[in-house]
Design a protein around this ligand. Structure first.
Ligand SMILES: NC(=O)c1ccc[n+]([C@@H]2O[C@H](COP(=O)([O-])OP(=O)(O)OC[C@H]3O[C@@H](n4cnc5c(N)ncnc54)[C@H](OP(=O)(O)O)[C@@H]3O)[C@@H](O)[C@H]2O)c1
Length: 274
């Protein structure tokens, strides 16, 4: 396993995502993921599976300190007081404090200063070990950093071969932060990609493994693919025995296109970097 280091903290570079895994399949898949070597699990209050994720961790036999656990607060709990209450409910459901608590999406209806103060307090109250943000373009990264006394470890954003995140990466690196890539296999789209298939054939890997390797080979980037199938979860972890050349990395960077973004919910998506 490789690690990403941010503010002196090490995060396993490959994690297991649980969006759209309902309770029972989340519990089964997280148990399986831990059994085969994943040590980084991503959930959120909105996924409705924190209790099952927590149960799988508790019964896994893997020492808690070996697992990196991330959860996220939904924007309807961003007011001071609401946020700490919601964080406490996550701890209760997960049966453990998360390693990382993220603000799931920006919420322009609540002053960021108030939300950041609440998030900082949640950390000081022991409701999470570390804090961070999600779905923030570079301007919001800058604002968040300026308003937080505690270090923000990561911005969790969509990042896959069809979407450039150059502006976000530059801003994160300037602030000593890391990027966690969600939808890293472009929700399955990379599996029919000809460039990724061709590169993969050279290494004996499938296109998804190439996309994941491309992500974690970048400085300060981790990835959290999701799967509901054992074989897929296992394949996604099998990316530590090969490396992409500089030319292959460049070829994958060139797949980015202006309409490559997959997750852009009307109503609460921020103004993304162009
Ligand atoms: N912060 C946020 O706002 C946010 C937003 C979206 C996602 N996330 C996080 O990021 C995680 C991953 O993103 P995602 O779930 O949107 O997309 P993803 O991981 O890019 O793609 C998941 C899809 O790819 C398929 N897949 C995965 N591995 C495969 C393999 N080896 N072979 C063939 N198909 C494969 C899965 O199907 P099978 O089940 O059949 O394998 C599933 O349909 C989420 O689960 C969640 O934890 C966060």
């Amino acid at each position: 396993m490789l690690y990403v280091e941010t503010h002196g903290i090490r995060i396993p570079a490959l994690g297991f995502g649980t969006f759209r895994l309902d309770g029972r399949s989340a519990e089964r898949m997280v148990a399986y993921a831990l059994e085969i070597g994943y040590r980084h699990i991503d959930t959120a209050q909105m996924y409705g599976n924190e209790a099952e994720v927590g149960a799988a961790i508790a019964s896994s036999g893997v020492p808690r300190e070996e697992i990196w656990l991330t959860t996220k607060i939904w924007p309807d709990s961003f007011r001071h007081g609401d946020l700490q209450r919601a964080a406490g409910q996550s701890v209760h459901r997960l049966r453990t404090e998360p390693d990382l608590l993220l603000l799931h999406w920006p919420n322009p209806d609540v002053p960021l200063r108030e939300t950041m103060r609440a998030l900082n307090e949640a950390k000081r109250q022991g409701l999470t070990r570390h804090i961070g943000i999600s779905n923030c373009p570079s301007a919001l990264i800058r604002e968040s950093v300026a308003l937080s006394e505690e270090p923000l470890l990561v911005d969790q954003v969509e990042y896959q071969p069809y979407l450039s995140q150059r502006a976000v990466l530059e801003e994160l690196r300037r602030n000593g932060m890391a990027l966690t890539a969600y939808s890293p296999v472009a929700q399955g789209k990379v599996f029919s990609d000809r460039t990724l298939t061709r590169i993969g054939e050279r290494h004996g890997k499938n296109p998804g493994q190439v996309a994941l390797r491309w992500l974690i080979q970048q400085d300060g980037v981790s990835a959290i693919p999701r799967s509901s199938r054992d074989a897929h979860a296992k394949a996604n972890l099998d990316i530590f025995d090969f490396a992409l050349s500089a030319a292959e990395m460049a070829e994958i960077f060139a797949l980015a296109r202006p309409d490559g973004r997959l997750v852009n919910p009307a109503g609460f998506a921020p103004n993304w970097d162009r």
